[in-house]
Design a protein around this ligand. Structure first.
Ligand SMILES: C[C@H](O)[C@@H](O)CC(=O)C(=O)O
Ligand SMILES: [Mg+2]
Length: 458
């Protein structure tokens, strides 16, 4: 028995079970009054939302109240959030009544029981609303586990042995691309120097780039004001949105480069708006503005299309970034193995929670593709910081070419919001996955009956 799992058995008796699972539809009116927050070429009016799952755990032998609670969420942009909440509720019979020790000491089997349930899997499998729901539940379980161990999740993970880490993964469909032995070799390589990287993170944090100065719907004045303020607070890397309209994009690039200068790293994000050949033509025209990458240039499912775009744009110095809509480890496997992705943008809610994300982090490492996760939204920065700290400490051992996205929206609704200083994420110290929302925010923004919505026209 591995040390962490034996310790868990001393912390928890087998009769501590999941006693309830609730799902709340929480929506923030980020698109109200045409603010442009979060907007891009295809998603012009996002209302950043959370399908918010709360798990309680209690002893099955006592009448007393719950002992622990875990909070997890998945991110959506408004309409449809109710579908994900319904999907979370459909997982309830698979979760409630299960012993926590049984779940955590064989987490891969539990994960598989959610994603491969004999009837529910038909509405995925491992994609769409049901997979987003799995993410919310798994995220809540990790929050719960961190709280039981009194550790932030990055630390809980980074204290695990390589063998414990690989036991978290459902290896189905992966063996042709990465074996357990290869994954173990990656983890063992970084094992002796883990402590040095923890010290580095304590001292220096982890570099971020900022997206929220360049939303599509912002006016020139807002972009300028937000860039200046981001520069002042220490950001040195930026992302802007691009669109189907080349003249609009050129104008925006001129403005941004006039403020940043020619050499500051600038990323571009098309949010899937082009066909493959359009992407090549459009980005060839924008190459004079020296983008480091073009993100989601076309359909997120088009692996061959991304590969073709990459072959055309790499000679111009532009890499291909994608992943925020890449819905499972099998898609990532194909992107990574075929060389269709230069930057791997895992999303903490699109994949089925940390267990599946670890599989993708290991795949990316094997194929030598740097991970730069998608964040922003609602609660994504809170989660990805844990994932990236773990990735740096245990898997990559390097910060080279690896950045964390940051957007400065909605952090005030979380009990333990991210802290970013001088363009770097700082190590969180509170126990759990930083996913717990403030009770008053959940009430205020509950959809459709919370005060924020009864006052606002949706
Ligand atoms: C609709 C979202 O805000 C999306 O534009 C975010 C995104 O693509 C990113 O942060 O990257
Ligand atoms: Mg994006």
């Amino acid at each position: 028995m591995a040390p962490l799992f034996s310790r868990l058995k001393t912390l928890l008796s087998r009769d501590v079970i999941i006693s309830s699972l609730t799902a709340r539809d929480v929506r923030f009116p980020t698109s109200a009054c045409g603010t442009g927050h979060g907007s891009d070429a295809l998603h012009k009016d996002p209302n950043y939302s959370a399908a918010y799952a709360v798990l309680t755990a209690a002893s099955s032998n006592s009448e007393g109240g719950s002992l622990y609670s875990g909070h997890g969420l998945t991110f959506t942009i408004g309409r449809g959030n109710e579908v994900v909440c319904a999907a979370i509720k459909s997982l309830e019979p698979l979760v409630v009544g299960r012993s926590l020790v049984d779940i955590f000491t064989d987490f891969a089997s539990f994960w598989h029981s959610l994603t491969c349930e004999t009837q529910l899997r038909w509405i995925g499998p491992e994609k769409g609303a049901i997979h987003l729901a799995v993410a919310a539940v798994i995220n809540a379980l990790w929050d719960l586990w961190g709280k039981i161990e009194c550790k932030p999740v990055w630390e809980l993970l980074s204290d695990m042995s390589p063998e414990e880490i690989i036991s978290l993964i459902d290896w189905q469909y992966l063996s042709d691309a990465i074996t357990k032995d290869e994954a173990l070799a990656i983890l063992h390589k970084q094992y002796p120097s883990r402590r040095e990287r923890v010290e580095d993170l304590k001292e220096n944090g982890y570099p971020a780039y900022i997206t929220s100065a360049g939303w599509m719907g912002y006016s020139d004045e807002v972009v300028e004001e937000r860039l200046q303020s981001a520069l002042k607070s220490g950001f040195t890397k930026f992302k802007m949105k691009v669109s189907r309209d080349l003249s609009v994009d050129k104008h925006r690039c001129e403005l941004i480069r006039s403020i940043l200068g020619p050499n500051v790293p600038l990323m571009m994000d098309a949010n899937q708006c082009w066909d493959v050949d359009e992407a090549i033509a459009h980005m060839t025209a924008l190459s004079v503005y020296k983008p480091l990458w073009i993100e989601e240039p076309t359909s997120p499912d088009d692996i061959l299309g991304h590969a073709k775009i990459g072959r055309a744009l790499r000679p111009l110095g532009i890499g291909i970034a994608t992943g925020e809509h890449c819905h499972n480890r099998v898609m990532f496997k194909q992107f990574l193995e075929s060389g269709a992705m230069d930057y791997c943008q895992i999303d903490s809610c699109r994949l089925g929670g940390i267990n599946e994300i670890i599989a993708v982090l290991l795949l990316a490492e094997k194929f030598k593709v740097p991970v730069c996760p998608h964040a922003g939204g609602c609660g994504l920065c809170e989660m990805v910081q844990h994932l990236m700290f773990f990735y740096y400490i245990c898997i990559s051992g390097s910060k080279e070419s690896r950045l964390i996205e940051y957007a400065d929206h909605l952090h005030e609704h979380f009990v333990h919001p991210v802290t970013v200083n001088n363009g770097c994420y700082l190590l969180p110290t509170s126990a759990g996955y930083s996913t717990e929302m403030k009770k008053e925010s959940v009430e205020e923004y509950s959809y459709p009956n919370g005060p924020a919505w009864t006052k606002t026209i949706s």
